[in-house]
Design a protein around this ligand. Structure first.
Ligand code: SF4
Length: 81
C-alpha cells in the first residue's frame, strides 16, 4: 500500500528519518509483539506511542513484518522517491 492508501484506510503516520511507520488502531489485535520486540520504538505508555527513530530502521521493519494483524505498516523512504 502506498501512503495515500494507508491514510485513506485510517492509518496514522509516525515519521522517522529512514522509515515512516503507519498504525491503524482499529485493526490492532493487541498481541503485544511490537512492544515486546522493540519497546523503545513502540511504547503504549508514551505519546506518541511510536517513535520511528528510537531504533534501527532494519529492526523496526522486521518487527513490523511480524505484526499479526497488519495494523503496523511501513514505507522505507529511499524506496518512496
Ligand atoms: S504487533 Fe501489531 S497487532 Fe500486535 S500490538 Fe503491535 S500493532 Fe497491534
Amino acid at each position: 500500500m502506498n501512503k495515500e492508501d494507508l491514510l485513506s484506510k485510517g492509518y496514522r503516520k509516525y515519521s522517522g528519518e529512514e522509515i515512516e511507520i503507519y498504525f491503524n488502531k482499529d485493526i490492532c489485535t493487541h498481541s503485544g509483539n511490537c512492544v515486546k520486540t522493540m519497546p523503545k520504538v513502540f511504547d503504549t505508555k508514551r505519546k506518541p506511542w511510536i517513535l520511528a527513530d528510537n531504533g534501527e530502521a532494519d529492526s523496526a521493519m522486521k518487527t513490523i513484518d511480524l505484526c499479526p494483524s497488519g495494523a503496523l505498516q511501513y514505507i522505507y523512504k529511499k524506496d518512496d522517491k
